[in-house]
Design a protein around this ligand. Sequence first.
Ligand code: ACO
Length: 330
Amino acid sequence: MTAIAALAGLGTALPSRRVTNEELSRTLDTDDQWIRSRTGIAQRFWSAGVATSDLAVEAGRNALRSAGSDAVDMVIVATTTPDHACPATAPDVASRLGLGTVPAFDVAAVCSGFVYGLACAAAHIAADLAARVLVIGAETYSTILDPGDRSTSVIFGDGAGAAVLRAAGPGAPGGFLGFDLGSDGSLKDLIIIPDGGSRQRTSKGDPAGSYFTMQGKPVFRHAVDRMTESAEALLEKAGWTAGTVDWFVGHQANARILRAVADGLGVKSDRVIIDMDRVGNTSAASIPLALARAVTDGNLVPGDRVLLSAFGGGVTWGSSALVWPDVPAL
Ligand code: ACO
C-alpha cells in the first residue's frame, strides 16, 4: 500500500524587530492608510543580523517539538533568500538541528515554495524514500528589498514556518489529499532579482539589479487567476465542494487577492485566514505562519477541512488540502 504524507508538527519563528507602517512612512512616500487598504498589511518583522537559516532552525526546532520527536530522515528548506547562492541552506539547518547526515536540499519556488516543499516531501514518502520529513519555509526579504522602493518595501516581511510530515495510511488525520502544482516561466520577469545569477553575476557598481523587483498589477491578476484554478483542481481531487471548506489558507500576499480567490471559488469571506496584517508577505513562510496563527487564535481546530493555495515568482503556483489533525502550533 502506498503511504500518504500526514502533518505531524507545526512550528514558527519571527524576528524580534517589529516594523510598523508608520515607521516606513517616515522614510518612504507612503502612509498607513494606503498600505492597509491596498494590501491588508499593518506591520511586519525584519531581522537585523539574522540569516534565513537562523529563523529556519528556530522554526524547525519548534516543529520537531510539536511533533514530539526529532527523528526525521529528510530536510527541505523552501526559500528565496538562502544564506548563500552556494551551498543550499537546508544541509546547514539539518546539521544545526542535530539531524545528522540526512538528505537536505532547498526548493526555489518563491512564494509557492512551501506548497512545493510539501509536495516534494509527500512524493518522497509515497516512494518510500523517507518516512518523516521536515519542511521549512524561511525568508529574510529585508535583505533583498530596495529600501527606497515603496512598492516592495511595505509588503514583505521576514519569518519562518515549518511542518513535520510523517508516513501514514489513507484517511489518517492530517493526511494531504493531493497536490496541484504549476508554473509559467514566460512571466519570469514579473518577479525578479536581475543580478547575482549566471546571467548577470555582478551589479557593475549599481546595486539596483541586486534588489527584488515586482510588477504588482500583472502579478495581482495572475495570482487571482492561477490560485483560483489551482484551488478548484484541488477541491476536485479532494472530492470537496467550496461550501464544505472550513478554512482557506492562501499565500498571504494581499488581502484583496485572497478575497477575490475566495469569491471565485465560492468560499465565504469569513472562512479566509488573514495573517498579513501581522507579518506582511513572508513568501515561502507565509502559509505555515498563517496556519499557526489560525491554530493559536483557536480558529483552526482538529477535523476542520483546510484548503491551501499559493502563487509566487517564476511564476509558480500550488495547492493542497488536508483535514486538520490534533497538532499544536509552537
Ligand atoms: N504607498 C503609496 N502609494 C503607492 C505605494 C505605497 N507603498 N506603492 C505604490 N503606490 C502608488 C503607485 O505609485 C501608483 O501611483 P500612480 O497611480 O500615481 O502611478 C498607485 O499607488 C497604484 O499603484 P499600483 O502598483 O497599481 O497599486 P496596486 O493597487 O496594484 O497595489 C500591490 C500594489 C499591493 C503591490 C498589488 O499590486 C499587489 O498586491 N500585487 C500582487 C503581489 C503578489 O501577489 N505577490 C505574490 C507573489 S510575491 C512573490 O512571489 C515574492
